[in-house]
Design a protein around this ligand. Structure first.
Ligand code: GLA
Ligand code: ZN
Length: 655
């Protein structure tokens, strides 16, 4: 098992390298990631390469048993490159070319950039293909969130992308509904770039986001092709950003052997690390495969001011959370805090002084434990009975048009996810294109964009015995972001056994009490006015104008059950109650119910089953556990309960 740090030998005098490597080895580290911002060190002048410095660093590391993942160094172009070829820089929304000097600000349509990116990748790959210290590659660094360009080359590339997608102008005009506001295109060259997602055509905005995502995928693909050809022995991965919204990670992951991700739980509130759990499940879902942590916060972080320091035990708890969710490699960002540059206050394991400290010792403890657990973890992953659909198209279009104030696609997923977390139930995050039949329960929050084929697949899933949970704003739009001309929820009406002739927003924090099965809870933000056809009403609205309508419904369809939740519940308890009922319908039970703030995750496979318990709180916690099992970190045998220290963790071998 690989455990280590992100290391920047080029930031420190060469005389220090041996001590760094020695300290890493002593901590049990056996891997570093190197080089992802070092293009100018590798290519100090156009076409002149220098790998000698990295060769020497790798040699020092190898002497201490440390192997390396190399980054293709393209996240920042050398100053000479931007100076000589200004067209590689991004043009922003106002038409201004961005000044060189941050990073990730180059144009992926630029032929010059792509040529240089391929050349440096080829040179590096050729040099390190058979180097014994190198085990794999990270492409670039954190695709998405930047490199968004509106230059003429990007406009032409966007038009090409649309030509590929729609074939004819007539079809583009139809797909985008350009009859509105007289926007009909008579030539491809007329199609503009998108600079205003609040004002421009929503269908165009969706395709622009898809184009942006594809540009990133293509740019990575060009590097991957080179690496595959020249370095067949090496793995290729990329450091994704968890729940970051801009790139479709299912697509970005396709070219990779496995994904990695950068986990930056901000130290401080909220203490219960729900989001890191959800992000980990998405990262695992990107390829239905375990993943690596390529960067994990190691200290106080911030570019201007920094946030609070890590309390004792927190580094370890956060690492174990990821291990539980399927991390097969663990790398802290970064080894030593840099004395120069924008990240002077983004702390690594070591402070600026480079001395072994408390955080270093805690990371070393984790490394030691991981190496002991490694043989038992081999081949184990989370095997969930619940899936939640994560649809980038629905995420994107609801960012352009939220439908109702306060609507947030990812927040909606989190409501269900947190309830599952509290219930001690593991889940997979899946793409709408994935196979649903592997799961007893599929949760499909706000599946706003609903091509007909997807509606039919969901219906078939229910018919064949699945349990589906759908909710507000489902099936409003078609695949090109035009509104369906059907009564909601469109093609899913018969599967869900309902029709929604009208809907309403609840403005100004208005709330409506719910009735029947959810009496005591309240509807907020939005209400679907549901007319059940074959569905039973589980809850109604206690409002004089809504007495004829249902709020929550449940429908039997052939062998399956379909739930529809036509509002947003006012508290986590609402979602706890809802999830409990839906899980019961799906016949899913938790191995145990953890106390609040304790996370329970099972990794299984190879006839083994390991239960991870992570205490996210600052109090001791007592967890009910199966008796007579081995707790692997202490070597003790479990009684009926197990006590976790503040931020404590335990790994119980159930089988
Ligand atoms: C990201 C980057 C790193 C570093 C950290 C901290 O995750 O990948 O290079 O910048 O953030 O800011
Ligand atoms: Zn561009």
């Amino acid at each position: 098992m690989y455990v280590g740090v992100d290391y920047y030998p080029e930031h420190w005098p060469e005389t220090r390298w041996a001590l760094d490597a020695q300290m890493m080895q002593k901590a049990g580290f056996n891997v570093v990631r190197l080089g992802e911002f070092a293009w100018t060190n590798f290519e100090p002048a156009e076409g002149c390469y220098d790998f000698a410095w990295l060769d020497r660093a790798l040699e020092v590391l190898a002497r201490h048993g440390i192997r390396a993942i190399l980054g293709t160094p393209t996240a920042v172009v050398p100053a000479w490159l931007a100076h000589r070829y200004p067209e590689v820089m991004v043009v922003d929304k106002t038409g201004q070319r961005r000044t060189w000097g941050v990073r990730k600000d180059t144009c992926y349509s630029s032929g010059v950039l792509r040529r240089f990116s391929q050349a440096i990748t080829t040179a590096l790959a050729t040099h390190y293909a058979s180097h014994p210290g190198v085990i794999g590659w990270q492409t670039d660094n954190e695709f998405g969130g930047s490199n968004d360009c509106r230059c003429p080359a990007c406009q032409a590339a966007f038009q090409d992308f649309l030509r590929q997608r729609y074939g004819t102008l007539d079809e583009l005009n139809r797909a985008w509904g350009t009859h509105f506001w007289g926007q009909i295109f008579r030539a491809w060259e007329e199609v503009p770039v998108i600079v205003d997602t609040n004002g421009q055509n929503p269908s165009a905005c969706l395709d622009w986001q898809r184009f942006y995502s594809d540009q990133n995928v293509r740019y990575q693909g060009e590097q991957v092709q080179i690496l595959r050809r020249l370095c067949p022995r090496h793995f290729i991965t990329h450091n994704l950003m968890g729940l970051a919204p801009d790139v479709n990670y299912f697509n970005l992951a396709r070219d990779l052997d496995f994904v990695s991700w950068d986990n930056y739980p901000v130290w401080g509130r909220p203490e219960v690390r729900y989001d890191a759990a959800l992000a980990a499940d998405l990262m695992r879902g990107a390829k239905h495969k375990n993943f690596w942590i390529m960067e994990q916060t190691a200290g106080p972080c911030g570019w201007g001011s920094f946030n609070r320091n890590v309390r004792p035990g927190e580094l370890r708890a956060v690492a174990y959370q990821q291990l539980a969710h399927g991390a097969d490699g663990q790398i802290w960002f970064r080894w030593r805090t840099c004395t120069a540059g924008r990240e002077q206050y983004w702390h690594g394991l070591l402070q600026h002084d480079g001395k072994p400290n408390r955080r270093y010792l805690e990371a070393a403890q984790v490394a030691r434990e991981y190496h002991l657990l490694a043989p038992l973890l081999e081949g184990l992953s989370v095997r969930a009975e619940v899936a939640m659909i994560y649809d980038y198209d629905s995420l994107w279009v609801t960012r352009f048009q939220g439908s109702f104030e306060g609507n947030d696609y990812r927040e909606q997923l989190k409501r269900y996810h947190r309830a599952l977390f509290r219930a001690g139930i593991g889940l997979d995050i899946i793409s709408p294109a994935d196979d649903f039949s592997r799961y007893k329960l599929v949760i499909a929050p706000e599946l706003h964009l609903m091509p007909d084929a997807l509606a039919r697949r969901l219906e078939a899933y229910i018919e064949q015995g699945g349990t589906l949970l759908a909710d507000v704003r489902t099936a409003v739009k078609d695949g090109t972001n035009l509104v369906h001309d059907r009564t909601l929820p469109g093609l899913l009406s018969s599967a869900l056994g309902i029709a929604i002739p009208e809907y309403d927003v609840l403005a100004d924090k208005a709330e409506i009490p719910l009735t029947q099965g959810f009496a005591g809870h309240k509807a907020t933000l939005y209400t679907d006015w549901i007319k059940p056809t074959t569905a039973e009403t589980v809850a109604g609205y206690d409002a004089w104008w809504l007495t004829d309508y249902a709020a929550i419904t449940r429908n039997r369809l052939a062998k399956g059950i379909a739930w529809y939740v036509g509002t947003i519940g006012n508290t986590p308890a609402f979602y706890d109650g809802l999830i409990a009922r839906v899980l019961a319908d799906a016949g899913i039970t938790a191995p145990l119910t953890p106390p609040p703030g304790v996370e329970a995750v099972v990794r299984s496979g190879q006839g083994r089953e390991l239960l991870f318990l992570i205490n996210h709180t600052e109090d001791c916690q007592t967890v009910p556990v199966p008796t007579g099992r081995k707790e692997l970190l202490t070597g003790t045998t479990t009684a009926t309960t197990l006590t976790l220290d503040r931020h404590g963790v335990a790994v119980v071998q159930l089988r």
